[in-house]
Design a protein around this ligand. Sequence first.
Ligand code: F6P
Length: 320
Amino acid sequence: MRTIGVVTSGGDASGMNAAIRAIVRIAHSKNIGVYGFERGWDGLITSSLRPLSPRSVSGIIQLGGTILYTSRSSQFMKKEGIRKAAQNLAQDNIDGLVVIGGNGSFKGALELSSETSTKIVGVPASIDNDVFGTDETIGFDTAVNTAVDEIDKIRDTAISHERIFIVEVMGRTRGFLALTTGITVGAEIILVPEVRFGKEEIIRRLKESEAKGKKSAIIVAAEGIGDTRELAREIERKMGAEVRLSIVGYAQRGGSPTARSRLLANLFADEALELLTKDRGNRIVGLEKGKVTSMELETSCNKEKPLDMHLLKLANVLAT
Ligand code: F6P
């Protein structure tokens, strides 16, 4: 393995820069050159790449975002786009490719793997934490902490005004972010896309909470549960209480990565280079029960990571 490429793809997650830095520096220590492809898969299609040296990645470990930029490439959804990317990898003499991203990016990587002999390794980075094969993705802890900081502040005003707040966090299809955030802020109710809930059930639980003497409540809802604005109106009508909606939004994707997200970035990069130097591709690296591991890219793409239902039950017990 003489030259590898690195690409960040899909929604950015804080710690991607730390991962780029680690990949470049570990590769350098093994006499492997690194090129950074810009703007996700689009960079492979247009062969937009630049050499990365240990010095060119100085001072980025603490930065959110990605110095390589990212995108959700529509060209890469098409066979021609994937073939072009594969041709460019061959032309640019890229022996290995590290893909830093989430589920969607890994599905793209799997498609690409059938068109190229370049060895591909996925490094999970996503605030959604929904990659099968790793207990945690780079950026998840940072996103949770951003949401927790905001909700702690919202709790103050909720208590002062004796109001109910719905706080919407990201998670278009999965509730990992909402669940971890919810339990760590002591939310009265956590709503995730994986569990169907009726509005009546929410009202029943809020009334129960009120009967126990609680004068305010925080509902943490994943964006994927549906229309939170409508839900706020419905609760207001049925409870006769003041309800406010607050959306944490894109701030969860940015900001300086937490120590945990940075550490994960370094450990994942190390394992990715370990695999590539052994000429092993089509895998993703991950963390399982505290240990850095790897698994087949295809297995990761074809399986759905389960939400920890015990954690959800525990959150309900803690909210009493
Ligand atoms: O990065 C994942 C995610 O944050 C989802 O939770 C969210 O729904 C989505 O990205 C939105 O991202 P974009 O607007 O960039 O498509």
